[in-house]
Design a protein around this ligand. Structure first.
Ligand code: DER
Length: 235
């Protein structure tokens, strides 16, 4: 099975949790994309009714619109029944790294407002420790004096051998700009960052930081699609 087929299997499994009448958080990324498409398909087939979708990014807003999912926002629906979204990393306690697609702020706002947050991943996303894979830990920051903020983030995790890099578009040095008009600094760790809650608090205390990509104690269910089948982990 290809990685995309595994993502699709996890996504379709998650959509089985969707009931007519629900207000749904619609995730962002190549895995969540399959869930959004599936919800649209079930609506068209009449197997789901009266669904309201709350998108976690402009790109998901466009996809959901095209899929015929009625859309709204958190102002109109401050409490959601269920969100379905992917993740970049999942640790054994169901803590997540998200945001390598750049949508972490709206995802965290929407998914933090849900009664249930179902995460869908292929098995390649499972890690022992968050940030341990040497891949990016995204932090959304304001553009004002971004070097100052990036430097402070890097110093926070000096013991973990942290390197902070402004996210730019591949070819150019143009900074990536989020849906909210902010920049993203990606943190790369050489060693384990240890206490995640302490790391989260320290990051959020820096004026200039908007939000980070660690989603701690938020996922209620993680659906993992692997070569040997699909497994569900429930908090
Ligand atoms: O950027 C994001 O937050 C995405 O949801 C990411 O966590 C998962 O993206 P993927 O399903 O394309 O791997």
């Amino acid at each position: 099975l290809t990685q995309d087929e595994l993502k699709k299997i996890a996504a379709y499994k998650a959509v089985e949790y969707v009931e007519s009448g629900m207000v749904l958080g619609l995730g962002t990324g190549s895995t969540a994309k399959h869930a959004v498409a599936r919800i649209g398909e079930l609506l068209r087939q009449g197997k789901l009714k009266n669904i309201v979708g709350i998108p976690t990014s402009k790109i998901t807003h466009e996809q959901a619109l095209a899929a015929g999912i009625p859309l709204s926002d958190l102002d109109s629906h401050p409490v959601l029944d269920l969100a379905i979204d992917g993740a970049d990393e999942v640790d054994p306690f169901l803590n997540l790294v998200k945001g390598r697609g750049g949508s972490l702020l709206r995802e965290k706002m929407v998914e933090g407002a849900c009664k249930k947050f179902v995460v869908i991943v292929d098995e390649s996303k499972l890690v022992k420790h968050l940030g341990g894979s040497g891949l990016a830990m995204p932090v959304e920051i304001v553009p004002f004096c971004w070097k100052f903020t990036a430097q402070r983030l890097q110093s926070l995790f000096a013991d973990a051998g942290c390197v902070a890099k402004l996210r730019t578009f591949a070819e150019s040095d143009k900074p990536f700009v989020t849906d909210n008009g902010n920049f993203i600094v990606d943190l790369y760790f050489k060693k384990d960052i240890g206490d995640l809650k302490a790391a989260s608090d320290a990051i959020l205390q820096l004026a200039g930081v908007v939000e980070h990509g660690m989603f701690l104690d938020m996922a209620t269910t993680v659906i993992i699609a692997g070569e040997l089948g699909v497994t569900c982990r429930v908090r």
